[in-house]
Design a protein around this ligand. Structure first.
Ligand code: NAP
Length: 459
């Protein structure tokens, strides 16, 4: 009988995979079940990274190598909170690592936010990437102006995707309905709106730079927005990303538009106040902000200067938000699982034995894919210290079969890694014929059917 420690990693995005990799590389024997709600692994690498950034997706090769390690098992199509509870996991495994990401988006809290035509960026990203929960979202891009609220990399992804030409989209794995909708859109202007100044934007320079190379869109920046107040000028001295962003923005501001079909306008110091329209988005009201230093931070403070922009679409791209896992301690203010360097803390502040977290649900929705490697390693180091100290140990009744029995009893058809391989092969073969990396299966039933072609399920 195996004496390996049995660990459940919940979530198969970068943090989940890096956690699984660190566990499987440990000197003590470990077996890992990566439990995933979707039939497909890789989280935002599959369903968040923009399809025109294929290089970022090559990290999936590292995940494939982790999945090939002895002791790895994928249990897709299993939802924690529905098919298995936290108590089940604590009972069935020696340790649990939550790496569930940030499942929703932050709200603006302004009137009209719910009007049809006002979308969260995360919904749009999920739609063009073929997320099975969003593939039927009724995106209507039949508008002339779209406004993207936010100054992060997701806002730039959304603006850039909207601006891509059919030729730029053709070699990507963007879903066909999204390629068609973007290609047929009469969009003339995309306005990206930042509430603070260019020196405070959180997007990164390579992503900003790319906007200047779009085949179908001229990028436009008002030079007046780039005149820095003394506090911003001082802050930029110590912030390489901001300094480089400003160099790129100055180059954009100096350009003469080439007369491309779309204008991609970057605006700053503006906050949305209301979204209006009869049954659907027609206008957005913005207020001009000035910057004020509060507690050492430059914050946006509204002035009396308002303007209204006609627009048919608003994308709210103001950050992701973590969602609590039922029965797992949650810090509502930070929207993360309550933890100390990955050890989940009970409400009284003591570590919950054998319960850990990694990635966005541990530290909040920031950082690039690689940030999750360091983050997951920190968590797994804590877990292995707890093993070493005898705070967690293998219980012989915790076997792979015990998990299968519970799933079978509940009628849950888990998709194993070979099921995912079957989906992957089908998608890649469909893409190969068209010179694309893959053509994604988008509907739940298509994905489940593809996974089951080789009858690799547990029930
Ligand atoms: P983010 O970088 O945190 O940006 C959120 C933006 O929303 C900030 O500009 C923020 O402005 C603004 N904001 C927040 N509340 C607002 C409000 N009420 N009104 C107006 N604006 C508001 O988040 P993200 O873009 O969702 O990206 C998440 C993470 O994924 C980031 O670390 C990002 O770099 C990463 N990512 C990377 C890539 C890439 O590498 N290519 C692509 C996509 C995402 P303030 O600064 O004023 O708060």
């Amino acid at each position: 009988m195996s004496t390996a420690l049995r660990v459940a990693v919940v979530g198969s995005g970068p943090a989940g995979f890096y956690a699984a990799g660190a566990l499987l590389d440990a000197e003590v024997g470990v077996e890992v079940d990566v439990i995933e709600r979707l039939p497909t692994p890789w989280g935002l690498v599959r369903l968040g990274v923009a399809p025109d950034h294929p290089k970022l997706k090559t990290v999936s090769r590292a995940f494939e190598r982790i999945a090939a390690k002895p002791g790895f098992r994928f249990l897709g199509n299993v939802e924690v909170g529905r098919d298995l509870t936290h108590d089940d996991l604590v009972r069935l495994y020696d340790a649990v690592v939550y790496a569930v990401g940030a499942q929703t988006d932050r709200r603006l809290g302004i009137p009209g936010e719910e009007l049809p035509g006002s979308w969260s960026a995360t919904e749009f990203v999920a739609w063009y990437n073929g997320h099975p929960d969003f593939h039927q979202s009724p995106f209507d891009l039949n508008v002339e102006r779209a406004v993207v609220i936010g100054n992060g990399n997701v806002a730039l992804d959304v603006a850039r995707m909207l601006a891509l030409t059919p030729e730029e989209l053709a070699p990507t794995d963007t879903t066909d309905p999204a390629i068609e909708a973007i290609g047929n859109s009469p969009l003339r202007e995309i306005v990206v709106v930042g509430r603070r100044g260019p020196a405070q934007a959180s997007f990164t320079t390579p992503e900003l730079h790319e906007l200047g190379d779009l085949a179908g869109a001229d990028v436009v920046v008002d030079p007046a927005d780039l005149e820095l107040d003394p506090a911003s000028a001082g802050a930029v001295e110590h912030d390489t990303n901001a300094r480089r962003n400003l160099e790129v923005l100055r180059e954009f501001a100096a350009r003469q538009p080439a007369g491309k079909p779309v204008t991609l306008r970057l605006r700053f110091f503006l906050s949305p106040v209301a979204i209006r329209g009869h049954g659907t988005v027609e206008t957005i009201e913005l207020v001009r902000n000035r910057l004020e230093e509060r507690d050492g931070r430059l914050v946006a403070v509204a002035t009396d200067d308002h303007e209204t922009l006609d627009c048919g679409l608003v994308f709210r791209s103001v950050g992701y938000l973590g969602v609590a896992v039922p029965d797992v301690p949650f810090d509502d203010r930070r929207a993360t699982i309550r933890n100390d360097r990955g050890r989940v803390l009970a409400d009284e502040g003591a570590p919950l034995p054998g319960v850990y977290c990694a990635g966005w649900i541990k530290r909040g929705p920031t950082g690039i894919i690689g940030t999750n490697k360091k983050d997951a390693t920190e968590t797994i180091t804590a877990l292995l210290e707890d093993v070493e100290a005898g705070r967690i140990e293998h219980r012989p009744e915790n076997t792979p079969e015990a998990v299968e029995a519970v799933l079978a009893e509940r009628g849950v058809r888990a998709i194993l890694y070979t099921g995912w391989t079957s989906i992957n092969e089908l998608e890649r073969a469909a893409g190969e014929k068209l010179g694309r990396p893959r053509v994604k299966l988008r509907a739940w039933d298509e994905l489940l059917e593809a996974a089951e072609r080789i009858a690799e399920t547990t029930a």
